[in-house]
Design a binder for this molecule. Structure first.
Ligand SMILES: [Zn+2]
Ligand SMILES: [Zn+2]
Length: 322
């Protein structure tokens, strides 16, 4: 029998989670992608360093959900201990971090763990496989491998972030001692499946600064905790909007920040979590970092006023949901 219950928090919790995947979130879905890689792509791990600096500035921790293959600094392309859900192994370069820096990321893990803010390392599966369609044996073997990689680190695996929000194989999560995962807030998804409506919703979103994002409480569902995500943070720049006018970009940023602040205030009033999420590869310029800084500064101000607490998903679980 299914059991679902809402979890009450003494006050709102602010969480920021990052899907950290470098090339793993791309190559499978767009086979031509590798040929289009330019030098900017190879600079993307530098973004993470710059973002960590912003989190350190405000001493705010984040949850970094990292693809398991990025825990490595080399491999021989065999991965005999993992059951393959598809033929990703064909594209695995089977080399090392120096030769293929987008496929390996041990340096990123070290960077996050040596950061001043107490960040969480979470799992984003081993090979960025869709958990809704892969077999239970594949899901279990991917998580088992991630667990063994975590065992070599001074941190514990508590949190799972489903690649591409493809939810499934919950039994494998429970079996591998995962306690909490990030979940989508219910939206009119059928409508959003249409590209046309997606564009309209996105355009409206920019100007509907007076309306906060939908928020939901944390829910316990069959011994797993679902932490709802509130808003995707995409830096507002020429690449993400197609707009090159600096003035217009600044206006959009201004309205977006108003909306984020409004959503944070709503979460505070309702004592429910505000959970922002993003991809570090999207933050490419100093202006993107200023945008992130403005969000973090606002959150810190609220934390200093004791209106919310900045916690990772793991810390939220350990402190309030265990
Ligand atoms: Zn490999
Ligand atoms: Zn991903």
């Amino acid at each position: 029998m299914k059991t679902q219950k809402s979890m009450q928090l003494p006050k709102s919790v602010f969480t920021f989670s990052f899907d950290t995947e470098l090339i793993w979130g791309m190559f499978r879905y767009n086979p031509a992608f590798q040929n289009k890689l330019d030098k900017d792509w190879f600079k993307k791990r530098r973004n993470i360093q710059l973002m960590l600096r912003e989190f350190n500035r405000y001493d705010i921790p984040a949850t970094w959900a990292i693809v398991g293959h990025l825990f490595l600094d080399k491999c021989n392309k065999k991965h005999a201990d993992i059951k393959k859900g598809d033929d990703w192994i064909k594209q695995d370069p089977g080399t090392n971090l120096k030769k293929a820096p987008l496929w390996y990321g041990k340096d990123i893990i070290d960077l996050i763990l040596s950061s001043k803010a107490k960040h969480e390392i979470a799992s984003h599966s081993f090979s960025h496989i869709d958990f809704d369609t892969c077999s239970p044996a594949v899901a279990d073997s991917e998580l088992k491998k991630c667990r063994s990689l975590f065992n070599k680190l001074p941190c514990k695996l508590t949190t799972f972030i489903f690649p591409r929000d493809k939810y499934g194989n919950f039994e494998a999560l429970r079996k591998n001692n995962i306690k909490i995962y990030r979940k989508e807030v219910k939206t009119k998804r059928d409508l959003l499946k249409s590209r046309f409506f997606k564009k309209i919703v996105r355009a409206l979103d920019i100007f509907c600064f007076f309306k906060a994002d939908p928020l939901e409480p944390i829910v316990q569902n069959n011994k797993l905790i679902q932490m709802p995500k509130s808003r995707l943070i995409v830096p507002i720049n020429k690449e993400t909007t197609g707009i090159s006018s600096k003035t217009l970009l600044n206006i959009i940023k201004y309205f977006n920040l108003l909306k984020i602040k409004r959503t944070i205030n709503k979460a505070i009033a309702k004592k429910i979590p505000i959970h922002l999420y993003s991809h570090p590869i999207d933050f490419t310029s100093p202006a993107d970092l200023v945008y992130l800084r403005k969000i973090l500064a606002f959150v810190k101000k609220k934390e200093m006023q004791k209106k919310l607490e900045c916690l990772t998903m793991q810390q939220t679980y350990e402190k309030y949901l265990k």
